[in-house]
Design a protein around this ligand. Structure first.
Ligand code: SF4
Ligand code: SF4
Length: 449
């Protein structure tokens, strides 16, 4: 019997995988040197994420479409891998699997088309090579698969048409031609190989990078900033190489879905900031520096981030964390923006003109209003508001902040809050003159229990 896969086909399969592995290993070069032990991985986290799709499902339609594409991809892949190991399935479950594959295939096609048109409509394509081409290949894979199945049914007939419902329906509209069937099988085969080969060069590389980013998901408080290490003499990010390996892995995992941008108050209010574009620009810089953009894989001197991310962009960020909260693959645009600011302020002494008086007041008076420690507790005068040191067994330190201490409206809020604490019988205290600006313009409290 003639083998289904010829030696030439085997060569093509090997070539496709070599291209894919070579491409992915180039991507790996982007951040591998920077890997440290700060992040530990969890396979369980990845599996739970993939099964539940919790973050992606926050948008029901996109979530459903992505789930359809994921399972439509994963199920046949599992069957193919099992088949390579000679794993044979009895007739009844095999027919059921065929039914499942057929139905998932049509749902997957609908999902891809939905995501495809949504991307085009929202302009989130970032160039056709990134999104449109791989999606187009996926559509060809599915359509050729259905047509090959349909032509097989139209030639051989089937007494189990229920197991291939889509193929059975399509079989009424196509010729009963063995040549046509062979053409569709070959088209399906070549499209699959092409898809495998283009994974590292398109946004489909998120198939590898996004699970990896979930594997190494940052633990602890969301958007916690990187500690500044003075040993290297470098503060913040001057070039893409100054970001940590995890930060670069995050830029690699971005799927350009635009959720960060849609929820960014700076972008919404018309400021020149798009967290999505910031991530993209950092990735492009990192790619160039690592040589991923060059055919000969030649690394080049990293260019300055400020050449591509403008100071208007980085200073438009309010550090509100909305981008962090809404990203489905745990990419944090905020910490990268803060690192770029750190370099501008502490590395170059560049500060926006409107921030200079505030920084001067911070240095001279320890608050952003320029009032000084002597007036820090004026808001609490003649009220039963104790200092933390005077409270026995204090449970809560009420951190008032510059805003609560000096802003006329927020002073009322701070006073009202102490009434609530008293009414609740909570033993609390304030730092009064000892409190200095924390860098956040807000009123808050922290537990010391
Ligand atoms: S950073 Fe996250 S939310 Fe923003 S475009 Fe990328 S994947 Fe989407
Ligand atoms: S943290 Fe900055 S970039 Fe992110 S949503 Fe808020 S303002 Fe936009």
């Amino acid at each position: 019997m003639k083998p289904f896969i010829t030696s030439f086909d085997t060569l093509l399969i090997i070539t496709a995988f070599i291209i894919m592995i070579n491409g992915l290993s180039r991507r790996w070069a982007l951040w591998k040197k920077k890997k440290d032990k700060t992040f530990s991985g969890s396979l369980r986290r990845v599996i739970l994420y993939l099964v539940k799709h919790t973050e992606i499902r926050k948008r029901p339609f996109v979530g459903a479409a992505h789930m359809a594409v994921f399972w439509g991809f994963f199920l046949p892949l599992t069957i193919i891998v099992l088949a390579q190991f000679g794993f044979s399935i009895p007739n009844a479950p095999a027919l059921f699997l065929s039914f499942l594959q057929d139905t998932i295939g049509i749902v997957m096609l609908a999902g891809i088309l939905y995501l495809f048109f949504r991307r085009i409509q929202s302009g989130e394509t970032d160039g056709p090579e990134r999104t449109i081409i791989p999606m187009f290949i996926l559509v060809i894979i599915l359509l050729s698969g259905f047509l090959a199945e349909a032509s097989r049914l139209s030639i051989t007939g089937s007494n189990a048409a229920w197991a291939s419902p889509i193929g059975w329906i399509v079989s009424f509209g196509i010729p009963s031609s063995p040549l046509f069937m062979q053409c569709m099988i070959r088209l399906h085969f070549f499209a699959v190989l092409l898809f495998i080969a283009v994974i590292p060069f398109t946004f489909m590389r998120h198939l590898a990078s996004a699970p990896l980013n979930i594997f190494y998901k940052k633990q602890g408080p969301k958007a916690a900033l990187r500690k500044i290490t003075l040993e290297t003499g470098e503060i913040g990010a001057k070039t893409a190489e100054d970001f940590s390996w995890k930060q670069l892995l995050e830029t690699e995992s971005c799927v350009s879905c635009g959720r960060c941008e849609e929820n960014c108050p700076a972008a919404i209010s018309g400021k020149p900031l798009s967290p999505r574009k910031v991530i993209r620009k950092i990735l492009e810089q990192a790619q160039t520096a690592a040589g991923c953009q060059s055919r000969l894989f030649k690394p080049s001197a990293p260019s300055l981030l400020e050449d591509t991310v403008s100071s208007d962009e980085i200073w438009a960020c309010t550090t509100c964390m909305a981008c962090v909260e809404h990203c489905p693959v745990f990419v944090e645009a905020m910490d990268k923006i803060v690192d770029m600011r750190r370099y501008q302020v502490m590395g170059k002494g560049n500060l926006p003109a409107e921030a200079r008086p505030m920084i001067r007041d911070l240095e001279l008076y320890g608050d952003v209003q320029g009032k000084g420690p002597a007036h820090r507790a004026d808001w609490a005068m003649h009220r039963d508001i104790p200092r933390i040191g005077d409270v026995e067994d204090a449970e809560v330190l009420f951190w008032v902040g510059c805003s609560g201490a000096f802003h006329p409206r927020n002073k009322d809020t701070a006073q009202a809050f102490t009434k609530i604490l008293n009414a609740a019988g909570i033993r609390f205290g304030i730092l009064a003159q000892e409190e200095l600006c924390c860098g956040e313009i807000s009123t808050g409290f922290c537990s010391i229990g």
